[in-house]
Design a protein around this ligand. Structure first.
Ligand SMILES: Cc1ncc(COP(=O)(O)O)c(C=O)c1O
Length: 331
């Protein structure tokens, strides 16, 4: 099993701190989620139907020619490797580790690729899997780069997969609108910007044959009816989306400033998290956790990722605890 953020129950058991006393900054999930009306009980009773309008709503929101709703982008990450015969797959590194793990598990040869190595990878490999913006480094690719690499790789019958799960806050470089092109696959999620990770809703944007192949593999009813209804509500709420984009931008600036003032200047990040490479990563992580603040620790490279605090009280708690943890962790 791969390590993931958000495992608060485990942290609670390890550090002996009650669940409700934690400040969980270990994920890049918006701490102030979209909140709509409670879902009617009939949605728990009836089988979900593909014709409920969710796909159409998502298509409009993403500006995409066609979408396949999936149980989180994770369902696509797990199943896309099963749609190809064993081949050579470049996977952005460092990056969300599930991509490499699932391609490897399905029998493919996985080649870790840094941003600088992408042009070579597009010229030589069968599949290139990128994350834009990347988690945890925050690295961003431009549309022009992505479409150039797609052109090269697809000319050989390959795929370019772009995981855009963190792109909702700033979709300017999104390639969603281009996914009618064969071999271009974009992954979306309701978990990050909308803060609805527990609903388990994501989308695959791709040309029809690939969407159909994946839908066939996933089978019927992969997303619960109430999750589908919540997702449609969130995707339709333009006012919330615009306000949230503005707020997240301001909060990201505030988090980066807080980290700089604590002696931990971010190495990268995006609107939903900040990331810092530091030799003291595990000591800072440990000291924060002993005080009930959970951030995400990475070991290659040694680094920490901080999600956004959700309330003024949470901000103040981090403003006090972080400089103290950094000081204590100094050699
Ligand atoms: C880059 C990236 N892609 C995909 C996922 C999977 O998210 P979900 O299955 O909730 O859409 C994550 C989760 O942390 C992620 O960080």
């Amino acid at each position: 099993m791969l390590e993931h953020g958000g495992r608060l129950r485990r942290a609670s058991a390890v550090y002996g701190i009650a669940l409700e006393r934690w400040l969980d900054l270990s994920t890049g999930i918006n701490p102030r989620p979209w909140a709509g009306e409670p879902t009617p009980l009939t949605l728990w009773h009836r089988l979900p139907e593909d014709e409920d309008g969710l796909a159409q709503t998502a298509q409009e929101y993403y500006g995409a020619p066609g979408v396949l709703p999936t149980a989180g982008s994770q369902a696509a990450i797990l199943n896309l490797p099963r749609l190809r015969a064993p081949c050579r797959v470049g996977v952005l590194s460092p990056g969300y580790a599930e991509h490499a793990a699932r391609w490897r598990e399905a029998g493919h040869e996985v080649v870790p690729v840094t941003p600088a190595e992408c042009p070579d990878a597009a010229a030589t490999l069968d599949v290139l899997t990128l994350i834009n913006p990347n988690n945890p480094t925050g690295h961003r690719f431009t549309r022009t780069q992505l479409l150039r690499w797609h052109g090269e790789i697809t000319a050989r019958g390959g795929w370019l997969i772009v995981d855009e799960t963190f792109a909702d806050t700033d979709p300017a470089e999104s390639v969603a609108a281009e996914t009618h092109r064969e071999g271009l696959v974009v992954l979306k999620s309701l978990g990050k910007f909308f803060g609805l990770a527990g609903a388990r809703v994501g989308f695959v944007l791709a040309a029809e044959p690939l969407r159909e192949g994946l839908a066939e593999r996933l089978g019927p009813w992969t997303i619960a009816g109430p999750s589908r209804a919540i997702a449609a509500g969130a995707l339709n709420d333009r006012r919330w989306q615009n306000e949230t984009r503005r707020r997240l931008r301001a909060d990201a600036t505030r988090l980066a400033a807080l980290m700089r003032a604590s002696g931990l200047a971010p190495s990268g990040g995006c609107e939903l998290f900040q990331w810092v490479v530091t030799a003291r990563a595990s000591r800072i992580h440990e000291r924060l956790a002993r005080g009930g603040i959970l951030c995400r620790l990475f070991d290659a490279p040694g680094s920490l990722r901080f999600g956004l605090p959700g309330t003024e009280e949470d901000w103040r708690r981090l403003e006090t605890a972080l400089p103290a943890a950094v000081d204590e962790a100094s050699p």
